[in-house]
Write a protein that binds this ligand. Structure first.
Ligand code: KG4
Ligand code: ZN
Length: 359
């Protein structure tokens, strides 16, 4: 009999609940976003997010059960994001899950939000361990070798901003709508990527670490120089800057991925695979670049559907199933953790993105 898990996610600005089975069926996946609440502030406001999660969590859970046509008593366990993320939101989710568990007697499993993202290719593409993963979104950017549901080796990641933040900032600088990724991508299609020489930060440094804040600043300087030269930006200036910016991100991600694949292949995986997830993975130029690279390297490429790449609770339910199957029920009682690095050997990282802690 397949096991049925409820997943709960509230670590950033999406209140989500989902029901998933151990034979990889997503019976429901509800995501209530808070975009309109944070829009006017130009970023996620943690206090507003926490309050909205507290108000919406029960609605999300009820809807997830209703969509799955199940009662709480039909479930086998509850999996909840216990970090890393904006602590108020994480606490809201953990308290909700603890209440549900106390009332129903269902076991509770703490899930690391990043493990949720990193294990998604097992749910969608049945990848075998170990596989290489690039998480690339508005809040995360790192390469991981995934050896098991609680065994991750971090090869490198951003030392400052996540690429999604850089896309969003570039759009803001050029007066394009948010979220910046899709607007910069569509503008870049009409532009000349070679007109402005933008930097490819850290390409000269060995290893898989990346940096995107200098690129963001270079876009700002180029824009300011154009504006002071002719007191405004033409449509062509905008599209050329978008194209130049995007091609710099593509180049950095491709070169760092090449190195990550090389390091991964040294461990001689039996079924080599490279998976990419996160909102930025929706970008066609980035995706195509990584897919081509995988083909050249003899590594299978996987990119879960976008709804499962961005924040959702199906990935949390699935990670709970994987941990449970491996006998790794984790902490008891569950406490919310603002920081929770996936790689236990890794030294703590500095810095925190606008969309939450980078772990
Ligand atoms: O994974 P996600 O939905 O949320 C988290 O950050 O957790 O990622 C959102 C980010 C935003 O910064 C958005 O601008 C970026 O992903 N994004 C894109 C594209 N679509 C979304 N970036 C580049 N190209 C896109 N097509
Ligand atoms: Zn996330």
């Amino acid at each position: 009999m397949p096991r049925i898990f409820l997943g709960i996610e509230s670590s950033c600005d999406d209140t989500a609940a989902a029901v998933v089975t151990s034979d990889r069926r997503i019976l429901s996946s509800v995501v209530l976003d808070q975009a309109t609440l944070h829009e006017r502030y130009g970023g996620v406001v943690p206090e507003i997010a926490a309050r909205a999660h507290a108000e919406k969590l029960d609605i999300a859970v009820e809807k997830a059960l209703e969509d799955a046509n199940l009662e709480l008593s039909d479930l086998d366990a509850i999996a909840v994001t216990a970090g890393p993320g904006l602590i108020g939101g994480v606490i809201s989710g953990v308290m909700m899950a603890r209440g549900l568990s106390a009332g129903s007697g269902l076991p509770l499993i703490a899930v690391n939000h990043l493990a949720g993202h990193a294990l998604t290719p097992r749910l969608t593409d049945s990848l075998s361990f170990p596989y290489l993963m690039l998480l690339v979104s508005g809040g995360h950017c790192q390469f991981l070798i995934v050896h098991g549901p609680d065994e991750f080796h971090r090869l490198g990641g951003t030392i400052d901003d996540a690429p999604g933040e850089a896309f969003d900032k570039t759009a803001r600088l050029l007066g394009l709508p948010q979220p910046g990724g899709p607007s910069v991508e569509s503008s870049a299609k009409l532009g000349d990527p070679k007109r402005f020489a933008l930097p490819r930060p850290l390409l000269d440094r060995s290893g898989c670490d990346m940096s995107f804040s200098g690129l963001k600043t270079a876009v700002l300087r180029t824009r300011d120089a154009l504006v002071s030269e002719k007191s405004g930006l033409t449509q062509q200036d905008r599209t050329d800057l978008c194209a130049g910016f995007q091609s710099a991100v593509v180049d950095v991600l491709a070169e760092k991925s090449r190195r990550a694949i090389k390091a991964y292949l040294e461990s001689a995986p039996s079924e080599p695979a490279f998976a990419v997830a996160g909102g930025v993975a929706a970008n066609t130029a980035i995706r195509t670049g990584l897919e081509t690279l995988s083909k050249e390297s003899g590594v299978a490429f996987a990119a879960p559907p976008l709804a499962l790449c961005t924040d959702n609770a199906a990935m949390i339910a699935w990670a709970g199933i994987e941990l449970d199957q491996a006998g790794l029920r984790g902490m008891d009682p569950i406490v919310a953790r603002p920081r929770w690095p996936l790689d236990k050997q890794q030294a703590p990282l500095l810095g925190s993105g606008k969309k939450g802690a980078k772990a």
